[in-house]
Design a protein around this ligand. Structure first.
Ligand SMILES: [Mg+2]
Length: 244
């Protein structure tokens, strides 16, 4: 049984992107990478760069490197710095620490995963551009122990719905697609991606959570695919397990 991460197991509705970006900028400033860039100006360019990069990779589904995103943003301010520079890495860590502060676990997730682990092989398949950030978030919520495989777009280079990331998880678990179930909140990334490989799909609607204004464009839009089952929250999954 494979799970999505964001807004399926760990909820991001309290995510304060401004706080994250401000910490990132502060870190670049502390490392003397920048002298003074007004926050609003930086934010404007950052989002332009980010959205452009995701638009360009919409077809290939190549993951957009976080370091490169920062490097490109800084280039607009005539600053040449490599995305792999330790100061950029530190800035990304600051961004992620702020992200983790406001992330919260779906309250039923630990109970559900504990129960499922007795009967199923469990895996996590996540679109997360900076893989160490996902590992850190999983540790923060004590979730790592549940999964035999954690497939991360930031590590593999491809995002859901690209087949490669799903196949990687199935291969590691040694489970055939038609014997697997995918549980996620995105029609396009999770349900479409998993369904076309032959997995059974469960859409978690988490009403009220899936309005993340910072989601990658299109990821949460309506998408012409039907999950095998749609449930309002994870608690419901435990109730319907018998029919999966
Ligand atoms: Mg999600």
């Amino acid at each position: 049984m494979l799970f999505d991460f964001g807004d399926t197991l760990v909820l991001t509705d309290r995510w304060n992107y401004d706080k994250c970006l401000k910490r990132l900028l502060e870190s670049l400033h502390n490392d003397s990478v920048i002298i003074s860039i007004p926050y609003e100006k930086f934010k404007h360019v950052y989002f332009r760069v980010r959205n452009q990069m995701y638009l360009e990779s919409e077809k290939s589904l190549r993951e957009v490197d976080f370091g490169q995103r920062i490097a490109k943003t800084l280039k607009s301010f005539n600053l040449n710095i490599n995305g792999k520079n330790p100061a950029v890495k530190r800035a990304i860590e600051c961004f992620l620490d702020a992200f983790i502060e406001d992330a919260h676990i779906e309250s039923y997730a630990p109970t559900l995963l504990t129960r499922l682990k007795k009967e199923y092989k469990l895996g996590l398949v996540s679109n997360f551009a900076y893989a160490p950030g996902l590992w850190k978030t999983l540790d923060r919520f004590d979730l790592t122990k549940f999964f035999e495989v954690v497939a991360i777009s930031g590590e593999l280079g491809y995002r859901k719905p690209h087949p490669r990331i799903f196949r990687k998880a199935l291969k590691t678990l040694k489970v055939r697609a038609n014997k697997a179930v995918f549980v996620g909140d995105s029609l396009k990334a999770d349900i479409f991606g998993a369904k076309r490989l032959g997995l059974k799909t469960v859409l978690v609607e988490n009403v009220g959570v899936r309005k993340n204004p910072y989601a990658i464009a299109g990821e949460l839009d309506p998408f012409p695919v039907k999950p095998d089952i749609a449930i309002p929250n994870l608690r419901k999954l435990a109730e319907i397990l018998d029919i999966l």
